[in-house]
Design a protein around this ligand. Structure first.
Ligand SMILES: Nc1ncnc2c1ncn2[C@@H]1O[C@H](COP(=O)(O)OP(=O)(O)OP(=O)(O)O)[C@@H](O)[C@H]1O
Ligand SMILES: [Mg+2]
Length: 319
């Protein structure tokens, strides 16, 4: 649904985005993560046909972002960082204006506006001037605008950054619902749990380049190694560390617990539990120690290695 080939953007002599190639399949959610100024918004603006790349090209649903911007705008919804909202217009009026630009019939504009304003709890403000909206309300209105014509592809650049926790959850729920409806979504966020919850795939951008790409599980596997387990016994370890050391790699231990990493927990853990049962060793818990995307992110972004030394972008999923 989205195919970008070596997108590059220079501002004056400064390269903000360099050779970004990315593909997003229909129904997939891709999250761009990366430090401030990394080039996420610039990339999204090029994909959304509001900024012309210096070189490279992109197609959205088959339409070229440079030569077919009108067609691109019909199939996409865009929530940008600095939305051009018309401060003197009222919320509902603004949506009508935008819906007309999208050639939507009047009754559909009305129905969709009401439905979306109500979903994001903006109905009470629909006849208020946008200039009098709070920051979070403006962000919600921009999101309603992006979703109004039910586009195939959505670009959501930090959609929850100004929102209170309850509103942010409404937005995340909506994104999850759009994903279930097979919409294709590109999300920029600094909220890593949000990215982990919503995204099928993550692309980390640093200094204008994609330096890592993959599913959250793949990135964890490649950056943090094998899954980490913790076993806790009812009594002392009695040689368990030595036993484990012969089979897997022990990370650390206390008087009644051991952490170890293992490439195939599905085979190893049942075997271990069987062995312990045979020796009448009481096990309190055996569980995977969950590792966060934050750990992966910080490791990638803080390392100063060359791109290829970190993680090669994954071969893309077909479609
Ligand atoms: N119109 C512009 N003119 C000149 N430089 C620009 C322009 N837009 C962006 N840049 C520069 O390009 C770089 C990338 O900016 P961009 O907004 O894409 O970053 P970002 O990854 O979205 O950051 P953030 O997380 O802070 O939103 C920055 O160094 C920024 O200053
Ligand atoms: Mg940005």
């Amino acid at each position: 649904m989205i195919e970008a080939e070596k997108l590059t953007k220079e501002f004056g002599g400064f390269t903000a985005v360099e050779n970004v190639s990315v593909q997003v399949a229909e129904g997939e959610v891709l999250a761009f993560l990366g430090p401030n100024g990394a080039g996420k918004t610039t990339t999204v603006r090029m994909l959304g046909s509001i900024l012309k790349p210096t070189s490279g090209s992109a197609r959205i649903a088959g339409f070229d972002t440079v030569t077919q911007p009108r067609q691109v705008r019909q199939v996409i919804g865009l929530l940008t960082e600095f939305p051009g909202l018309y401060q003197r217009m009222k919320g509902l009026e603004y949506l009508r204006f935008f819906g007309e630009l999208q050639n939507m019939p009047a009754d559909l504009i009305r129905r969709r506006s009401e439905e979306l304003l109500s979903r994001f709890e903006l109905s009470d403000a629909q006849d208020k001037q946008i200039g009098a909206y709070s920051k979070g309300m403006k962000q919600k209105l921009t999101l309603v605008r992006a979703m109004l014509h039910d586009p195939l592809v959505l670009f959501l650049d930090e959609p929850t950054s100004a929102m209170d926790p309850h509103s942010a959850k409404l937005v995340r729920d909506s994104i999850a619902e759009l994903r279930r409806d097979r919409r294709t979504i590109v999300l920029c966020t600094h909220n890593l749990p949000e990215a982990e919850q919503l995204a099928d795939r993550i692309a980390i951008i640093r200094r204008g380049q994609i330096i890592a790409q993959g599913t959250p599980a793949e990135l964890k596997q490649r950056l943090l190694g094998d899954p980490l387990m913790e076993i806790k016994l009812a009594g002392p370890l009695n040689g368990l560390v030595n036993f484990l050391n012969e089979k897997v790699s022990v990370v650390n231990h206390g008087h009644n617990w051991v952490r170890y990493s293992v490439p195939d927990p599905d085979t190893f853990n049942p075997y271990l539990l069987g062995e312990l049962a045979r020796r009448n060793t009481a096990v309190v818990t055996l569980s995977e120690v969950s590792r966060s995307l934050e750990e992966v992110y910080l490791r990638i972004v803080e390392s100063d290695q060359h791109v290829d030394a970190v993680v090669q972008p994954q071969p893309e999923r077909a479609g």
